[in-house]
Design a binder for this molecule. Structure first.
Ligand code: IPM
Ligand code: MN
Length: 364
């Protein structure tokens, strides 16, 4: 039996609770498909500061480099809001992304038919929405130097090289080939030189993909179009900061930030994390939605380990649970009963196991 080693970084807030359900999912997948996962845990974020005085401790740093994939919960803790930058939980996450070199962040946004009424947007706009956001993750304003405070002013630097743009653009075009063959590149080329380089470079890469339709939108227009006509998007390619903002906006389409997974890919092991944050206000209350973390397991299996069938089985179990009416508080009708984090995780793990007992075919 092949053994996969997955470095598990639960992190802060609701991270540990949702990651416990992601681990339960991996165990169910292991049993059903005859796979063996070892799941060593390491600290990151405020948890890293607590145990090692560092949001990305040395043993975490070493462990992620030798893992087959990295599974992360969430980082962030209000008690460190005023801490110096090197002690902020977010700095640990950014250092992790940089060390792994995971420059392409995939954020699939698919509306579950069972939940069309949970979005504040009109249901007729949402049916069939299926967008893949490809966010550049290791460059741009998040990493640009110089940066810092200078008395009464402050500076951050937006810089991209053509090489950085090219490699993430390729991921977008390759992904589009597996989908509806349409890339929308988002920039601010009417104002920013960096965006002009972005647009030129993406256009050049696009010439290698004549079968994929490419168009360009300014980020303000894209923000509007994303809620006004979300079906207009297939693959949305953009830089780090715009992608951060647009992916939270896209979560509104699905009804809850708690539902969405992400995969961050580079040359080495991939990093897999739900897109939600640490939600300290509800941490420890067994109310967080574990579906984002469980859907992240599906991406880890597919993109991190090349296990397409187990990935599809996890996604089918999530859809079935929702179709059967399973709801955590964030996606329940007002005043309707809701499952806790653990109960939702158990339900989905049960559905993965049940498909095996009933002899359901394991292929899609
Ligand atoms: C995300 C988060 C992070 C980001 C924060 C926690 C640094 O918002 O993954 O979208 O901005 O990238
Ligand atoms: Mn974000």
């Amino acid at each position: 039996m092949k053994t996969y080693s997955i470095a598990v970084l639960p992190g802060d807030g609701i991270g540990p609770e949702v990651i416990a359900e992601a681990e339960r999912t991996l165990e169910a997948v292991g049993e059903r498909f005859g796979l063996d996962f070892t799941l060593p845990r390491f600290a990151i974020g405020a948890a890293g500061v607590a145990v090692a005085g560092d949001p990305f401790p040395a043993d975490t740093r070493a462990a992620v480099a030798r893992a087959d994939a990295v599974l992360l919960g969430a980082v962030g803790d209000p008690s460190l809001d005023q801490a110096p930058r090197h002690l902020k939980p977010e700095s640990g996450l950014l250092a992790l992304r940089a060390q792994l070199g995971v420059y392409a962040n995939l954020r699939p946004v698919t509306v579950f038919p069972a939940l069309v009424n949970r979005s504040p947007l009109k249901a007729d706009r949402l049916e069939g929405v299926d967008v893949l956001i490809v966010r550049e993750l290791t460059g741009g304003l998040y990493y640009g130097e110089p940066r810092g405070r200078e008395g009464a002013s402050a500076v951050n630097t937006l810089r991209y090289s053509a090489a950085e743009i090219k490699r993430v653009a390729r991921v977008a075009f390759e992904s589009a080939r597996q989908r509806r063959r349409h890339v929308t590149s988002v920039d601010k080329a009417n104002v920013l030189e960096v965006s002009q380089l972005w647009r030129e470079t993406v256009t050049r890469v696009g010439q290698d993909y004549p079968d994929v339709r490419l168009d360009h939108l300014y980020v303000d227009t894209a923000a509007m179009r994303l809620v006004a006509d979300p079906r207009a998007f297939d693959v949305l390619l953009t830089e780090n900061m715009f992608g951060d903002i647009l992916s939270d906006e896209a979560a509104v389409l699905v009804g809850s930030l708690g539902l969405l997974p992400s995969a961050s890919l580079g040359e080495g092991p991939g990093l897999f994390e739900p897109i939600h944050g640490s939600a300290p206000d509800i941490a420890g209350g067994d109310v967080a939605n574990p579906i984002g973390a469980i859907a992240t397991v599906a991406l880890l299996l597919r993109h991190g380990l090349g296990l397409a069938e187990p990935a599809a089985a996890v996604e089918r179990a999530i859809s079935s649970a929702l179709e059967q009416g399973a709801r955590t508080r964030d996606i329940a009708e007002p005043a309707a009963p809701a499952l806790g984090t653990r109960a939702m995780g158990l339900r989905i793990a049960g559905l993965i196991a049940e498909a095996q007992r009933s002899g359901a075919p394991v292929t899609m």
